[in-house]
Design a protein around this ligand. Structure first.
Ligand SMILES: *[C@@H]1O[C@H](CO)[C@@H](O)[C@H](O)[C@H]1NC(C)=O
Ligand SMILES: *[C@@H]1O[C@H](CO)[C@@H](O)[C@H](O)[C@H]1NC(C)=O
Ligand SMILES: *[C@@H]1O[C@H](CO)[C@@H](O)[C@H](O)[C@H]1NC(C)=O
Ligand SMILES: *[C@@H]1O[C@H](CO)[C@@H](O)[C@H](O)[C@H]1NC(C)=O
Ligand SMILES: *[C@@H]1O[C@H](CO)[C@@H](O)[C@H](O)[C@H]1NC(C)=O
Ligand SMILES: *[C@@H]1O[C@H](CO)[C@@H](O)[C@H](O)[C@H]1NC(C)=O
Length: 485
C-alpha cells in the first residue's frame, strides 16, 4: 500500500471525540499514550481476585509504573527508558518463567504441535503471506491454553493460565502459536509482554470466546488505566487471528465513565492494547462491548488490521473502535465497526495511516485531532472507501478540540490528509467538520467523492453542510454535503 508522500509537517494529533455537533462534551483524554491517562480506581481495594496472584501482579505493577514514566517523559528521555523497560520485562519474564511454567511447558507444548499445529499453522502462514508481514514456517509449535490449565467453562478465571501459555510460546526458540480454542474463557487483565524468542511473529490463534471480568475491581491499575489484554514489546511481531471474540463485559463498567461531565476524565480499560508491537497483524477477530476503547494501538509501527468486527451499543461511552497514538504505518481494511464513539480516532504523533473499506456506524466517524504536547511530528493519512451507516460526525478534524484553553494550541498543525470515496448516512447535519487553528491552519486536506445523506431527525431544518474553520481544502468529485465555500 503506497501512502501519499508529501511534505511533513508538524502535526500532533489529538483525537478528540465529539459527542454532538458543536458540543464540547467529550474528548476525555488529552493523551492516548502508552499508559493512557490516569484512571484512579473507583474501588481501590483489591478483591480476592484469583488472577491477581503474584505473577500477575508483578507484571502489572511493573508495567503500569513504567508506563507512567514513559508518558511523562519527554522524547529525549524516551529512548533510555525504553531500553530499561525492555530489560526489566525480560528479567521479569525470565524469572516468572522459571517459577511457573517450567514443567507443563515441555509436555503440553509438544503434544499440541501435533494436534493443532498442522492446519492452524497453515492457516496462519497463509494469512501472514497475504498480509505481508514476516513469514511463518509450517513447523509452528502450538501452545494451547487448555494445556496450561485454562478452563473453558466461562466462569473460572483463567488469567494466569493464559499468561503461562503466552510465556511458554514467547520463550520458545522457534516459531510459536498460542492457541485459544473454541470454548468460553474468563480472564481479568493480562499482560502479554515480550521480548519473545521466536524468530517469526508470535501467532495468537483465537477461536474461542474470551470474556473479561466485569467487576472493575479487577482493573485497578493504580495511577494508570489497566487495560484488559495488553500486548507489549513484541519485537519480532505478532499475528492475532482467528474467528474468536473478545468480550469486554463493558455494560457494568460504563457507569464509571464520567467523561460527559468532566473535561479531564479517566479512561476505562481498553479491550486490547498494543504497545511497542511493530509488525503486527490483527485479523478476523471480534471485539464486543469493551469497557473503554476496543483496539488501542500506541508506540507501534507497521500494524495491519483487517476483517475485524467491533461491536458495542451506540450509547456506550468512549468505546472507540480503533484508537491510535504515537504510531506509524497503520493500515485498517475491510472491517465493520459499530460502537458508541469514534469508529477510528487518531491522535498525536501518528503518521501514515491508511484506512480502506470500513463500515462505521452507529457511532461516530473518523476523528483526527491535535494537541500541543508534542512537536515536530508528521501526519500523512489517507482515508478511503468508507461506508458510514448512520454515523454522527462522519469526518472531523479538530485541532482545537479539548485544547481551547491551552495557549500553545496554535503551534500545532494538521496537514496532508486525504478523505476519498466516503458514502452512506450521517445523523449529524454538519457531516464534515474541519476546525483548525488560526495561526496554523490545516493544509493539504483533500476531500474527494463524498456522498453522504442525512439520516437524522427529520425536524432538524438546518442545512446538511460542511463547516471549515481555517482549513484549506481541495475538493474533487461529488460532494454531499456541499463543500465549505
Ligand atoms: C462551525 O463550527 C464552529 C466551531 O464549532 C462554530 O463556531 C460555527 O458557528 C460553525 N459554523 C456553522 C455555519 O455552523
Ligand atoms: C480497604 O478496605 C478496608 C475495609 O473495608 C478499609 O478500611 C481500607 O481503608 C480500604 N483501603 C483502601 C485503600 O481503600
Ligand atoms: C502428551 O503426550 C504424551 C505422550 O505422547 C501423553 O502421555 C500425554 O497424556 C499427552 N498430554 C496431553 C495433555 O495430551
Ligand atoms: C493456505 O495455502 C495453501 C497453499 O497456498 C492452500 O493449499 C491452503 O488451502 C491455504 N489454507 C487456507 C486456510 O487458506
Ligand atoms: C519499531 O518501528 C519504529 C519505526 O519504524 C522504529 O523506530 C522502532 O525502533 C521499532 N521498534 C522496535 C522494537 O523494533
Ligand atoms: C469491503 O469489506 C467488506 C466487509 O469486510 C467485504 O465484504 C467487501 O468485499 C470489501 N470490498 C472491497 C471492495 O474490498
Amino acid at each position: 500500500m503506497a501512502f501519499v508522500t508529501r511534505a511533513q509537517i508538524t502535526a500532533v494529533l489529538l483525537l478528540f471525540l465529539v459527542l454532538c455537533d458543536g458540543c464540547d462534551g467529550g474528548r476525555p483524554f488529552d493523551e492516548g499514550d502508552e499508559g493512557g491517562s490516569s484512571r484512579k480506581s473507583k474501588k481501590s481495594n483489591k478483591t480476592k481476585d484469583p488472577s491477581k496472584n503474584k505473577d500477575v501482579d508483578v507484571d502489572k505493577v511493573g508495567d503500569t509504573s513504567k508506563n507512567t514514566k514513559d508518558v511523562d517523559a519527554d522524547k529525549a528521555g524516551d529512548a533510555d527508558k525504553k531500553t530499561k523497560d525492555v530489560d526489566a520485562d525480560k528479567a521479569d519474564d525470565a524469572s516468572n518463567k522459571n517459577k511457573d511454567v517450567g514443567a507443563d511447558e515441555a509436555g503440553g507444548a509438544s503434544n499440541k504441535t501435533k494436534d493443532v499445529g498442522a492446519d492452524e499453522a497453515g492457516d496462519a502462514s497463509n494469512k501472514t503471506k497475504d498480509a505481508g508481514v514476516g513469514k511463518v514456517g509450517s513447523d509452528v509449535k502450538s501452545f494451547n491454553v487448555l494445556d496450561y490449565g485454562a478452563k473453558a467453562d466461562g466462569k473460572t478465571d483463567s488469567s494466569i493460565n493464559f499468561i503461562r501459555t503466552f510465556k511458554a510460546a514467547c520463550n520458545f526458540r522457534g516459531d510459536a502459536m498460542m492457541v485459544i480454542p473454541k470454548g468460553d474463557f474468563l480472564i481479568g487483565p493480562v499482560l502479554f509482554s515480550g521480548p519473545c524468542f521466536n524468530p517469526s511473529p508470535l501467532i495468537v490463534q483465537a477461536n474461542g470466546m474470551v470474556k473479561a471480568q466485569s467487576d472493575m475491581s479487577y482493573f485497578t491499575g493504580g495511577a494508570d488505566a489497566t487495560d484488559w489484554i495488553t500486548f507489549q514489546a513484541l519485537k519480532n511481531g505478532l499475528i492475532l487471528t482467528g474467528d474468536g471474540s473478545f468480550h469486554g463485559q463493558g455494560a457494568l463498567a460504563w457507569k464509571y465513565n464520567d467523561c460527559a461531565h468532566k473535561s479531564k476524565c479517566e479512561r476505562l480499560p481498553a479491550n486490547m492494547k498494543f504497545v511497542r508491537v511493530n509488525d503486527t497483524i490483527i485479523h478476523g477477530i471480534k471485539s464486543v462491548d469493551a469497557k473503554g476503547f476496543h483496539i488501542f494501538v500506541t508506540v507501534s509501527s507497521n500494524v495491519k488490521i483487517s476483517n475485524v468486527n467491533i461491536e458495542a451499543p451506540g450509547n456506550s461511552p468512549n468505546t472507540d473502535g480503533i484508537h491510535i497514538s504515537k504510531s506509524n504505518k497503520i493500515e485498517i481494511t475491510e472491517s465493520v465497526i459499530a460502537t458508541g464513539d469514534d469508529c477510528v480516532s487518531i491522535i498525536h504523533g501518528t503518521s501514515e495511516i491508511s484506512i480502506k473499506n470500513l463500515t462505521c456506524g452507529p457511532g461516530h466517524g473518523f476523528s483526527i485531532g491535535s494537541l500541543g504536547h508534542y512537536d515536530d511530528e508528521a501526519d500523512v493519512s489517507q482515508i478511503s472507501d468508507l461506508i458510514m451507516d448512520n454515523v454522527a460526525n462522519p469526518i472531523i478534524i479538530d485541532q482545537e478540540y479539548g485544547n481551547r484553553a491551552i495557549a500553545q494550541s496554535s503551534r500545532v498543525s494538521i496537514s496532508d490528509v486525504l478523505f476519498e470515496n466516503i458514502r452512506g448516512t450521517s445523523v449529524s447535519k454538519i457531516a464534515v467538520q474541519l476546525l483548525c487553528s488560526k495561526v496554523n491552519p490545516c493544509s493539504g486536506v483533500e476531500i474527494k467523492n463524498v456522498n453522504l445523506e442525512y439520516s437524522g431527525l427529520p425536524n432538524d431544518h438546518r442545512p446538511f453542510s460542511s463547516n471549515c474553520t481555517n482549513a484549506k481544502v481541495t475538493y474533487a468529485g461529488k460532494q454531499s454535503p456541499p463543500p465549505c465555500s
